[in-house]
Design a protein around this ligand. Structure first.
Ligand code: PHE
Length: 337
């Protein structure tokens, strides 16, 4: 057997090796008990005496060379070769299932309410959370020194005193009316901000849905009919509604709207404070001064507007007693919706 030939064979075998398993196969082929090296060693006694010494040395040298080459290959494989082995990746292992998220209860209620209004022909419009002082107040007939600014007076932007975080969604009335001529039927969902101290029913940020409709001959009875349809869709056909006189600078007349308590059905309980009624929104006929601000002719057009707090509606509908629960990201709470 030609030792040189064997060495060439070994080198080509090793160069084809890319995995630890293949390397082991090569090792066994040459160094195993029945391997080629063992065969060569076994052939020594059969040689003429004068050749045995030299041949034995050659076989030994080959064996050492082979051991070195295998050790080297092992190092190469460890450092870069077998990625699978390095990452301990088992392609047959079952995967880790991804947990599915769900739609936040506030978003669900917003979608539900907007769907009720879009079915009646309203369009959904959004406005910026950073508003101008004009759109949030002046355009809505809330002059600079008006006391009703206090309840709303809000977070002004540092260095940009004409900009603030909107305190209600009503400024989108001004934006939409300035951009489009009547007829208009729009709902506006979105976040609003107020400097309220945080407790079970107040947060400095919450969501509102504004609605307004402007055309010729729009009457208070149109407002009542649409709000009743809305309230019955959300809370059930059996609920009753009432309109209490109220004041908003941007509507005249104005009302706060109550529904009969969904817990006690109007008899009086702790949820409705023994009154039998729950306030759900503010509404009214759009003030002529607002129409003047946006360039509508108040002699020609009339319209109504309403604004509701989404968290409040969600709390009533689902019997939630603390507004903070919505924004704590506690999965035990969120998974219930
Ligand atoms: N913007 C009022 C608020 O935030 C609600 C409202 C909207 C009242 C439209 C009347 C008409 O309290």
């Amino acid at each position: 057997m030609d030792i040189n030939l064997i060495q060439t064979q070994i080198e080509s075998d090793l160069s084809a090796v890319t995995t630890a398993v293949a390397l082991e196969e090569v090792r066994v082929k040459y160094l195993g008990r029945k391997g080629l090296l063992a065969e060569l060693t076994g052939a020594i006694p059969g040689l003429p005496v004068e050749q045995r010494g030299a041949f034995g040395k050659e076989v030994n040298a080959l064996k050492n060379k082979l051991l070195n080459l295998i050790a080297e290959k092992e190092k190469v494989l460890k450092n870069s070769g077998s990625v699978l082995k390095k990452e301990n990746l088992d392609l047959g292992m079952p995967g880790i299932a991804q947990e599915l998220g769900s739609i936040h209860p506030i978003t669900q209620i917003i979608d539900e309410i907007c769907a009720i209004f879009t079915r009646m022909g309203f369009s959904i419009v959004r406005g910026p959370e950073i508003e101008t002082e004009y759109n949030n107040f002046t355009g809505l007939n809330i002059p600079l020194e008006h006391p009703s600014r206090d309840a709303f007076d809000t977070f002004y932007l540092k260095n940009y005193s004409k900009f603030l975080l909107r305190s209600h969604t009503s400024p989108v009335q001004v934006r939409a009316m300035k951009a489009h001529k009547p007829p208009l039927a729009i709902v506006v969902p979105g976040r609003v901000y107020r400097p309220d101290a945080v407790d079970a029913s107040h947060l400095f940020m919450f969501h509102q849905i504004e609605g307004f409709l402007v055309d010729e001959n729009i009457k208070f009875s149109d407002l009542k009919g649409i709000l009743e349809l809305f309230a019955k869709s959300v809370f059930g056909q059996e609920i009753k509604m009432r309109f209490r006189p109220h004041f908003f600078p941007f509507t005249e007349p104005s009302a706060e709207v109550d529904i009969s308590c969904i817990i006690c059905k109007g008899k009086g309980c702790s949820v409705c404070g023994r009154k039998g009624w729950l306030e759900i929104l503010g509404a009214g006929m759009i003030h002529p001064n607002v129409f003047k601000q946006v360039g509508y002719n108040p002699e020609k057009y009339t319209g109504f507007a309403f604004g509701m707090g989404v968290e409040r509606i969600a709390m009533l509908k689902y019997g939630i007693n603390d507004i903070r629960l919505f924004f704590e990201n506690d999965l035990r709470f969120l998974k219930q919706f």
